[in-house]
Write a protein that binds this ligand. Sequence first.
Ligand SMILES: Cc1ncc(C[n+]2csc(CCOP(=O)(O)OP(=O)(O)O)c2C)c(N)n1
Length: 361
Amino acid sequence: MPRELTQTEGNGLALAADIVSGEYSLPAERCLEIFRLMVRARTMEERMIKMSKSGEGYFWIGGPGEEAFNVPLGLQVKKGRGPDYDFLHLHYRNSGTLIAMGMPVLDGIRQMAMTWTDPHSRGRNFVGHYSVPEWNVLPVCSVIGVNWVKAPGTAHVQKRHGGDGITIVVGGDAGTAEGDFNSCMVWSTRPGHELPVLMIVMNNGYGISTPAYTQHSELHIIDRGKPFGIPGEVVDGNDPIASWHAIDRAMRYVRSERRPYMIEALVSRLYGHSSSSGAMRVRDERDCLAEFEHKLIEAGVLDEEAAARIHKAAQDECEKALEQALKEPKPTAADVRRFTYASSDYDVVYPDDYTGLPNGD
Ligand SMILES: Cc1ncc(C[n+]2csc(CCOP(=O)(O)OP(=O)(O)O)c2C)c(N)n1
């Protein structure tokens, strides 16, 4: 509940000074910003699920159930290009992070529709496999685990470069069983060569159809960081206020200490693993968006009409984006050989610019 009501928003609703969740709070305006972004991310994903069923797209995988953590993450990234800024090695469920960083919904829909205009992969990668060089978002890799071992590479560059840029790496709980997770911890904690890596495990309790409790005997995944001296915390990833503060604490630590830190966010998986398992809405898991909406209404900073307007605006945005994407060209068969390697003056293997860069269109 809000501590006190101090202002009046343009739509006539009283704005609370802070929205409180347990021992944490955030200003009401920040909460409304997070809520709007969560709605846009969820609506985009649900539109994509429909596309996977209607044939306007094919395979779907994504982040419904992770928005309460992923949006606060995106809002706190030090966004830019090069080692002065944060590097992101994201998971395929990080749509909320990209939306919070400013990705247009249209670009997410373009990847789902596999259009040539998809800026992340030119219509050639799975949906949710983002890549944004201007924001240091490295291409999401379908091979789970690999992210963990790429992260020390960018963090190493940042450590040598100086400044306060950090490397953020995100993966699911099942992927932590890969040796790469261990490699990340080893490489990030070599004595005298510790690296600024924020390791984030999104624990939704499943690896496709395998429940985590049948595979993991450790109480928490972050406990595996202890022998390496990696501090960590478990956070309720369905609570955007708690998540905001956990991310803030972790980022402050990694930015200033230049050492790794681990967050384990307990999240939901609201449409199963992917379209391969039907992408049907599950009803027995917490829904962070419904919970947050309820909280903001209870606190008096939102009412049902205002919430409905926010949902409707997001739906309209997604319909418009889909309409646009469906008009755009698809890649051709010849394009499959392009953009495979960055061009180089020293490339003796593909002297004819096999990759299509930089002389391609
Ligand atoms: C190396 C590797 N093995 C297997 C797969 C097939 N696969 C795709 S997603 C997935 C489960 C991943 O579970 P988790 O890491 O918990 O992430 P979640 O999908 O639950 O977010 C698996 C096994 C893969 N992509 N890469």
